[in-house]
Design a protein around this ligand. Structure first.
Ligand code: SME
Length: 175
């Protein structure tokens, strides 16, 4: 009975499944693009557009890449409201903290983060998933939501699958 009582509403559940299916499909598309010879620039743009469409909770989606010096994140491309944060020092905000601590950040309530950098006042929660090959960090997928606690472990795992596919291509280009 417990399981039933704690289950999400059917509508929310199917929304979640749909989002996961969209992301699985996207990973396939990214591999197809690699097979066809597309470079990381095209893959990064495609990934941002498609992740944005995967869930109506994803209000802003962008990719930041770590600069060569390894001390700043540079905004590569995004879908959503314009942001003034085109460059973020490592250690600053949710994005810079992810790189400094080498860990993804799933922030249920951005108002609780002391060094949070606001993209726009509507944002309530944020997910940052690193694009990495082992210890080497290439950048990150950053997602903002206007809902609190928008991101589940499943969201993070799905976005990680996309980030891992992007990392494969970036690593191949840097060899
Ligand atoms: N909120 C981020 C900055 C990036 S914008 O949300 C697009 C942060 O705190 O690092």
């Amino acid at each position: 009975m417990n399981g039933v009582r704690n289950s999400p509403a059917p509508e929310a559940f199917s929304r979640k499944i749909q989002a996961m299916q969209n992301v699985t499909q996207l990973v396939k598309e990214l591999q197809e693009m690699r097979d066809q010879g597309f470079l990381s620039d095209a893959l990064l743009r495609h990934a941002v557009k498609k992740v944005k469409r995967a869930s109506d909770k994803y209000d802003w989606v962008g990719v930041y890449l770590l600069n060569e010096a390894g001390d700043e994140l540079w905004l590569h491309n995004y879908v959503g409201s314009p942001t003034e944060h085109s460059r973020i020092p490592v250690g600053s905000g949710v994005c810079g903290t992810a790189v400094e601590e080498k860990t993804n950040q799933n922030i249920p309530d951005v108002s609780a983060v002391e060094n949070y950098l606001a993209c726009n006042p509507e944002v309530q929660s944020e997910l940052v998933v690193l694009i990495r090959a082992g210890d080497e960090i290439f950048g990150q997928i950053d997602i903002d939501s206007d809902e609190k606690k928008a991101f589940s472990d499943e969201d993070e795992a799905a976005v990680q699958a996309v980030a891992d596919k992007l990392a494969e291509q970036i690593a191949a280009e840097r060899r």
